[in-house]
Design a protein around this ligand. Sequence first.
Ligand code: MG
Ligand code: MG
Ligand code: MG
Length: 318
Amino acid sequence: MKLGEFSLIEILTKKLKTLKKEVVLSVGDDTAVIKKNSTFLLLTVDALVENSHFRREWKKKIRELYYLLGRKLLSISLSDIAAMGGEAKYALVTLGVSESSKLEDLEALYKGLSDASVEYNVDVVGGDTVRSKGEFFDLFLLGESRKFMRRSEAKPGELVAVTGTFGDSKAGLELIEKGKEIKRNFLINRFLNPTPRLKEGKEAVRMGVKCGTDVSDGLIFNLYTIAESSKVSIFIDSGKIPMSKELLSFCKERKRNPLEYALFGGEDYELIITFPNDIEKEITALGFKVIGEAGKGSGVFLDGKLIPKKGFDHFRRE
Ligand code: MG
Ligand code: MG
Ligand code: MG
């Protein structure tokens, strides 16, 4: 099957019906949202799959690989809760274990999961283990929030801001794939041990921010998810996109363009929000950096030029 993840989701979810009136948001945002008395439940699920998210042979290069995968398994779902401005509560885990899986690896995975769950105050309360050809680890996370951010709430004239830096994770992945012996460094950590921006998400909601998402698929791609669901255009300024000094020197050494990593890299697990400009001071005080603004119409524009949604190749040719 050659279908992309997103067209597949579209085809399949058309077959589902929403039955209950308390379902506020189903498919199409960072989490589902269910109204429960005066609060909202946030539901999300994510998986790490052998040979699409990690390779077992990386363990030869990074001894603590499974420990980090255990942390990442929770962090990627925490990032979706952060994107709603919520608080994470309970998790369920499904492990796909193969004939050649090693107990020590799974123990390391659970140590990582346990450490991260203590750090973020999440209880892992159950799950399932199945036999599988390749390994996979799947985590369902339930969170809670009194108010939450949607992707569809951006308004023309609002500012667009982000947390953290972009492109590090893609560079980290390249280091792991291509390196023979690797020292864990900032870029590799950004790929294997991302930091969910829970505090920033919660604070943004508290300041009245209504629109947000997290960057799992690349900055441009996830700006498009906001632009399309909010029916606005987004204009960003290449000079304002936060990039780490580690990414800049990684790219300099290899004569690559860091902006390509930052715009299209993916797995950054940073937040994007939009908000009215009268709270700019409060928002930047939380650590968000303004990178542009929303306008009428459609599309995502970099320095005034339209960037296509799957813009990587196109961008390169120009
Ligand atoms: Mg997300
Ligand atoms: Mg997700
Ligand atoms: Mg996913």
